[in-house]
Design a protein around this ligand. Structure first.
Ligand code: ZN
Length: 203
C-alpha cells in the first residue's frame, strides 16, 4: 500500500505556513514503512529539531482505479479515519529553501499515524465532518472538511491521473490550521466529531 498526501488544502493552514494558494492539489507520498498504527507511540527521531503534528481526515481506497472522474470518485471508498502526518518542520523548510524534495522530512518511518476506519455512511456528508486533536487534554487543532480547497472526490480524481489507486491505499486529505510541535511524553488524542479515533504518546 501507499499513502498519498495532499498539502495546503485548507486556506487558514496556507496562511500560517505563509504559502500561496495552489491551483491544483499539492501531492506527495509516503511509503508503507511510514505506517504507525494501533496507537503505538511516535518515537521522536534524533535527526531533526522540530516534529509537527498535522491532523487530517484520511480515506481508505477500496477498489483499483485510475483516471477516475470526480463524479465517480465516491465509489472508490467507503471508510474514513483520522491520521497524523508527522513532519520534520525544520528540515522541510531547509529542503524547500534549497528547492529540494521534502521526502525525508515527511515520509520517514512512523510519520503516518493512522486510526481505525469507520463507515462514511455515519455522516450526512463527508464534506461536513468536524475533527480535532487534543494534546495533553487541551484542544490544539480543529477543522471541518467543508473548508477543504479540494474535496475528497476532487483529490481522488486528481491523484488517479498519475497513480493507480489500489485497495488499501490511504489518502491524507490535508491539515487545517493549528499545526504545532510535539515533545516527548505528550499524549495525542484525535477525534472525528466526538468519537475518539487516536490516542497515543510521543516517546
Ligand atoms: Zn499534511
Amino acid at each position: 500500500m501507499k499513502f498519498i498526501c495532499v498539502g495546503l488544502n485548507y486556506a487558514q493552514h496556507i496562511g500560517e505556513m505563509q504559502m500561496s494558494r495552489p491551483e491544483e492539489p499539492v501531492v506527495f507520498m509516503k511509503p508503507e514503512s511510514a505506517l504507525l498504527r494501533n496507537n503505538n507511540p511516535f518515537f521522536v527521531p534524533e535527526w531533526a529539531k522540530q516534529f509537527d503534528f498535522e491532523t487530517e481526515i484520511i480515506v481508505r481506497i477500496d477498489r483499483l482505479g485510475r483516471g477516475i472522474q470526480p463524479k465517480f470518485a465516491h465509489r472508490y471508498y467507503s471508510e474514513i479515519g483520522l491520521g497524523i502526518d508527522f513532519t520534520a518542520r525544520d528540515l522541510q523548510k531547509k529542503l524547500m529553501a534549497a528547492g529540494q524534495p521534502w521526502e525525508v522530512a515527511k515520509a520517514f518511518d512512523g510519520s503516518a499515524a493512522v486510526s481505525n476506519f469507520i463507515s462514511k455512511d455515519l455522516f450526512a456528508s463527508v464534506q461536513n465532518i468536524d475533527f480535532h486533536l487534543d494534546v495533553n487534554g487541551e484542544c490544539r487543532q480543529q477543522g471541518n472538511t467543508r473548508d477543504m480547497l479540494f474535496s475528497i472526490d476532487e483529490i481522488i480524481a486528481h491523484v488517479s491521473k498519475y497513480f493507480m489507486l489500489k485497495q488499501g491505499d490511504v489518502i491524507f486529505t490535508g491539515t487545517p490550521a493549528g499545526v504545532g510541535p510535539v515533545k516527548i511524553n505528550d499524549r495525542l488524542q484525535g477525534y472525528i466529531e466526538d468519537r475518539l479515533m487516536l490516542d497515543f504518546e510521543v516517546k
